[in-house]
Write a protein that binds this ligand. Structure first.
Ligand code: 4NP
Length: 160
């Protein structure tokens, strides 16, 4: 099992978008049974659903599902193989929450693309389409990396 946790600030826009996009993408590639995918916030809007505009953007692209916002803890960092953050500020916050350890499993999502960058927070920019495109790009490239890295052990689901 490959445990992946997306992290952003509030856990109501970017990281649940990442979670739901990657869940759909792993299903489409027939490898969903090999993944456990979640999301957390460094200052989570605890208990809230995915923000309406983020949900609308996902639905526009056929991405279903919801998420309840939860605060990132040190245990989440310990229990996941890949902690995928959206921007440099998230990265510093995750290092703070982890107590400085486990930095080998914390990556900016876009570090798997050919254009590493911060994914702007649509809560402030209002640009949910841009966030979707950046997160989608990051998820695709992350999965390309994973499928190359774990090519012999991935559990391809024969139902697909
Ligand atoms: P996110 O966006 O980090 O992409 O979930 C935010 C959502 C809410 C807030 C900040 C960022 N907020 O301060 O309420």
């Amino acid at each position: 099992m490959i445990n992946v946790c997306f992290v952003c600030l509030g856990n109501i826009c970017r990281s649940p978008m990442g979670e739901l996009i990657l869940k759909k993408m792993t299903k489409e590639r027939g490898i969903d049974l090999s993944f456990n995918i979640t999301s957390r916030g460094t200052e989570a809007e605890e208990g809230c659903s995915v923000y309406r505009k983020a949900k609308q953007t996902l639905e526009k692209h056929g991405v279903e599902g919801d998420h309840v916002a939860r605060q990132l803890t040190r245990a989440d960092i310990i229990n996941n193989d890949y902690v995928l953050v959206m921007d440099s500020s998230n990265l510093l916050d995750v290092i703070r929450i982890s107590g400085g350890a486990f930095s080998d499993k914390v990556y900016k999502l876009t570090s798997f693309t050919n254009r590493p960058r911060d994914i702007s927070d649509p809560w402030y920019t209002g640009n949910f389409d841009r966030a979707y495109e950046d997160i989608y790009d990051g998820c695709e490239r992350f999965l390309d990396f994973i499928t190359a890295e774990y090519s012999t052990s991935l559990d391809y689901d024969k139902r697909h």
